[in-house]
Write a protein that binds this ligand. Structure first.
Ligand SMILES: CC(C)(COP(=O)(O)OP(=O)(O)OC[C@H]1O[C@@H](n2cnc3c(N)ncnc32)[C@H](O)[C@@H]1OP(=O)(O)O)[C@@H](O)C(=O)NCCC(=O)NCCS
Length: 199
């Protein structure tokens, strides 16, 4: 018997502001998807403390013990001209809410390519939220008329490599880092008009 998960085990409700949706998981858990806010630094710090060492290593490529206030504020400050970051956050007052997932991308200086990074905390992993978030980053990259969206992934990170493959990313070896694979999605006229694969 197949143990494959259902494709969309959550519901989405558009909240009337760009990129903002109410998400309800099959488990009944509710989250808000919204762009990162510059005030999210302290929430990012508290949420980071819940991550496992392995999740941190997969996301940041090296061990980090804690987010310093400066680094958290830097991650929360988004330059709308060249950056995008979407969070999944609990619908609670800011001092109580935790951010369960973040997907971000930044356009490299003087190029039309952006690097993305994503993390979905283990409590809400496996529901299709990684796929949802990365699909939205692809949507942002298309709207920005970028030439390429790419991510650096450790070569033993099978969940991320699987997710990227499902969404149509190609793979290439990293020129600089032995253990890293780059997953990339080129956007050209043909792919521009192609729909984002269903989430
Ligand atoms: C990779 C990650 C974002 C996946 O998030 P997620 O919400 O669990 O993923 P989804 O539930 O949306 O799964 C989407 C696809 O990913 C792949 N996938 C997810 N978990 C997987 C696993 N444990 N093993 C293999 N493939 C997996 C599958 O292809 C899946 O598609 P399917 O459900 O149609 O089979 C999450 O595991 C994570 O944050 N890992 C730590 C940080 C990290 O690795 N970041 C990447 C650096 S860029």
């Amino acid at each position: 018997m197949s143990t494959r998960r259902r494709r969309q085990p959550f519901t989405r409700l558009y909240l009337g502001k760009p990129w903002c949706e109410a998400i309800e998981l099959d488990s009944g858990r509710r989250l808000i998807a919204r762009p990162m806010r510059s005030s999210d630094g302290p929430t990012l710090r508290r949420s980071f403390a819940k991550l496992t060492a392995e999740e941190i290593r997969m996301r940041f490529m090296h061990p980090i013990k804690e987010l310093t206030p400066d680094y958290a504020d830097k991650l929360a400050r988004i330059d709308p001209d060249r950056e995008f970051a979407l969070v999944l956050v609990e619908n609670l007052p800011p001092e109580k809410a935790l951010i369960g997932a973040v997907a971000r991308a930044a356009i490299e200086k003087n190029t039309r390519r952006a690097e993305f990074a994503i993390i979905v905390g283990s409590e809400i992993a496996g529901f299709g939220l990684g796929r949802y978030l990365l699909s939205r980053v692809i949507e942002w990259a298309r709207k920005k008329r970028l030439e390429e969206l790419y991510g650096r992934v450790l070569n033993n990170n099978h969940p991320m490599l699987g997710l990227a493959q499902r969404l149509g990313f190609k793979r290439r070896l990293s020129a600089e880092e032995d253990e890293v694979v780059e997953v990339f999605m080129p956007f050209n006229r043909r792919t521009e008009s192609a729909p984002v694969p269903p989430e």
